[in-house]
Write a protein that binds this ligand. Structure first.
Ligand code: GLC
Length: 426
């Protein structure tokens, strides 16, 4: 069974390959996405090392002069996708979206180099190093202009977790009166009750309109953007990625870069504490305009283990909450607790399970010493894929595959981690 699935995953990645970059899935997402590509590289690495590096190299073709690595590169016009390059109007070549996505890439490069098969890989990693460094620098400055040690996000799409309940309160404050008409395309490719609502889309596009009108000026975005929230996902992933980048800096003898990265790490370790919400027992999204925390623990909150963030007391409390969350679902890890009123088992980031989140969560739990939960995450991910195929996400109550099918990063996570063939590694 799993041998067939290994081959099916390889075939899927090849099918979604558009020549040096991979689309997340053929019709719903027909361009190159930032963190999708990073995870795809891990999948390619299991059967074609050259192709794995190429995925990361093509992604950097979209990097902006200020270091920002956009969340989408629009390589060819596809009228089937909305909002495309004419809506973003970033004026860049190649055309891209106007904001970033969670910075998992340094950690992926570190992982590739840890298992490198030739010296050429070391060289390719070193060539990417200054570009990744510039991207992290952009995060620490443009998204943290007051040096809080906490980066903010301007758009739910930047967090990669579009309609998580974590942004509900901040989104409710956005005035959409001036938006005008638009036509969604995503609903033609996926079931309506598994996608974000029109209410959310109105706000997504209002933020894009703001970005477009200010020429994607990061100072303007930080000062007056409709949304300015510190996301535990981006902050935990960035902290982990900075730690991995520091190890790469040492490996490459990049001493000046190493001290710069050390400063970021020290700042973030302190700053992240502002996300702690004692009431719910974990790190939660914080609206930096209103200073209010979200009131629930998402799967991204639990990336604290992956980041090595929090005191031992905080980690113990999170572990208790994590076990409580686990008891209320059949499969781990729901993107939102099933006991919370905003939970929706099949609606995107409001409940469903995502394979690449499980991969990072399991790694963090393993490193924090909770082998039992870490293994459960891996076993559940394996079972979900065996039962339902390579879906975009899965229902935590029934295990049904939801959203798009033939999904690249799910296949990649299978090849790199969830397949029984991989289960001897970490
Ligand atoms: C959705 C997801 C995001 C992902 C993109 C492409 O927007 O929320 O995380 O990168 O689809 O798969």
């Amino acid at each position: 069974m799993s041998v067939d699935l290994d081959q099916a995953a390889i075939d899927l990645l090849k099918r979604n390959d558009r020549g040096g970059y991979t689309v997340p899935t053929a019709r719903l997402y027909p361009y190159q996405w930032n963190w999708d590509s990073a995870f795809c590289a891990l999948g390619f690495a299991s059967f074609d090392r050259n192709r794995a590096w190429q995925e990361l190299e093509t992604l950097f073709e979209g990097q902006w002069d200020d270091g920002m690595l956009p969340h989408i590169i629009f390589r060819r016009d596809d009228p089937d996708y909305f909002p495309g390059p004419t809506v973003w109007q970033t004026g860049t070549t190649p055309p891209t979206s106007g904001h970033s996505q969670p910075p998992v890439l340094a950690s992926i490069v570190k992982r590739l180099l840890d298992s490198q098969e030739s010296n050429d890989e070391e060289q390719r990693g070193h060539t990417l190093f200054p570009k990744i460094l510039a991207w992290h620098r952009w995060y620490h400055h443009a998204r943290d202009p007051h040096n809080l040690g906490l980066v903010a996000t301007m758009h739910p799409w930047e967090t990669g977790r579009d309609n998580s309940p974590e942004w509900d309160a901040a989104m409710a404050n956005i005035d959409v009166a001036d938006l005008g008409d638009y036509q969604r395309r995503d609903l033609a490719h996926s079931t309506q009750d598994e996608r974000p609502r029109s209410y959310d889309y109105d706000r997504y596009l209002t933020i894009v309109k703001f970005g477009r009108e200010c020429g994607w000026d990061s100072n303007e975005i930080a000062a007056r953007g409709p949304l300015w929230v510190a996301d535990p996902g981006i902050n935990m992933i960035l902290l982990r990625a900075d730690r991995d980048l520091l190890m790469l800096a040492k490996q490459f003898n990049e001493t000046t870069a190493a001290s710069e990265i050390e400063t970021w790490i020290t700042n973030s370790e302190a700053g992240i504490d502002r996300l702690w919400n004692q009431q719910v027992g974990g790190f939660c999204a914080l609206d930096l305009r209103t200073d209010k925390h979200a009131d629930g623990l998402s799967n991204a909150s639990m990336l604290a283990f992956y980041a090595g963030a929090g005191t031992s007391q905080q980690q113990q409390r999170m572990n208790t909450e994590l076990r409580r969350i686990s008891d209320s679902v059949r499969y781990l890890m729901p993107s939102w607790p099933a006991t919370h009123t905003a939970f929706e088992a099949r609606r995107y980031w409001r409940g469903p399970i995502w394979a690449m989140m499980n991969f990072m969560l399991a790694q963090g739990l393993q490193e924090s010493g909770d082998t039992e939960l870490s293994q459960r995450l891996r076993k559940d991910t394996c079972t979900l894929i065996q039962q339902s195929g390579f879906h975009e996400y899965y229902c935590p109550l029934t295990g049904d595959g939801c959203g798009g099918d033939d999904f690249s990063w799910t296949a990649a996570i299978w090849l790199a981690w969830a397949s029984p063939a991989q289960q001897h590694s970490t």
